[in-house]
Design a protein around this ligand. Sequence first.
Ligand SMILES: C[S@@+](CC[C@H](N)C(=O)[O-])C[C@H]1O[C@@H](n2cnc3c(N)ncnc32)[C@H](O)[C@@H]1O
Length: 358
Amino acid sequence: MLTLTKKQKLFLDYITKFIEKNGYAPSFEEIKKHFKLSAKSTVHQHISTLTEKGFLNKEHYKARAISVVQDAPLSPTPPYTPTYSYGYKEQPIQHEKIDNFLNKIICGDAVEIMEKMPDYSIDLTVTSPPYDELRNYNGYHFNFEGMAKNLFRVTKNGGMLVWVVGDKIKNGNKSLTSFKQALFFQEIGFNVHDVMIYKKKNTPFMRTNAYTNCFEFMFVLSKGRPKIFNPLKVKTMRQGQEMLPFNKGADGINKKILGELKSEKTKTNIWEYAVGLHGTTSDKIAFEHPAIFPEKLAEDHIISWTKEGDIVFDPMCGSGTTCKMAIKNNRAYIGCDISKEYVDLTNHRLKAQGLRLF
Ligand SMILES: C[S@@+](CC[C@H](N)C(=O)[O-])C[C@H]1O[C@@H](n2cnc3c(N)ncnc32)[C@H](O)[C@@H]1O
């Protein structure tokens, strides 16, 4: 028999009674209000768990589409088991302390590693998955849903996930897996804080009947409201003093006044990077990995969404780009990759830079 925590039981009772009374399910907003919660993500979390445990059905991407499973195995209310998992294993999982994972490059399946990590422990994840099996990373596959749910669980409230992804083209048809993944992240409780573009400065011409693809998506997802935003700035085109228009009066004449132009402004959400040697990185060894993203991309997100001492995670760290930039910016890091070859590569890369001391 599956167990429910006291809170999960309260959620289930509320939803059951609401449906009995109204004939339709409560919205997430109504549930949030009823339980006086500060973030809708907590509602998502409980609904996901109740769905996984077989007490609720929830249709994706549809409002008020929760229903109660009539023959669910009802569990005893307290005493209860206060542990649960968003992974695929049904039995409660004993989480280890986050300190056990800090400043390590761990070899293994990201979902299995995350399942050992405690809830609410990561400030920022910057990662890039295998794209639609586009490349064969030594033949490894990954379980997207298990990855997404665990990423949500381990992220702190106000923490962020940056998911860098592109789409495969098969028979002239783009897969749009990137968007399907983003919608799934939203469904399980992440807030789609921004959809950013990673623009590549130098890209080879690849298709005869379409424009050269020069970008990937960077889905910037938050667990609740982002707790940190340090906006990156760029220089403005014109600086100094200039005659600037100000509000028209009743006479309709557009007046001008001498004003100071701002010397810098917040960057747009399209970030452009040179790729290749000395663009992506100057570490030659990193190119032994087939799909690295630019160091500057990782660094820009680390600076934007974290402060010194925060924990930065990359569950599919490849050549270790995110970890390297976390160290360079005085953040703690956790990296993992399923391929021993890439874990070794990352360790060599960090060591060669004098960044890995043990
Ligand atoms: C796009 S690459 C990441 C590259 C990285 N951002 C960099 O700059 O080097 C994706 C990585 O995911 C790893 N991977 C694939 N399945 C995995 C899994 N189940 N668990 C952990 N890593 C996995 C692959 O070995 C590959 O190195």
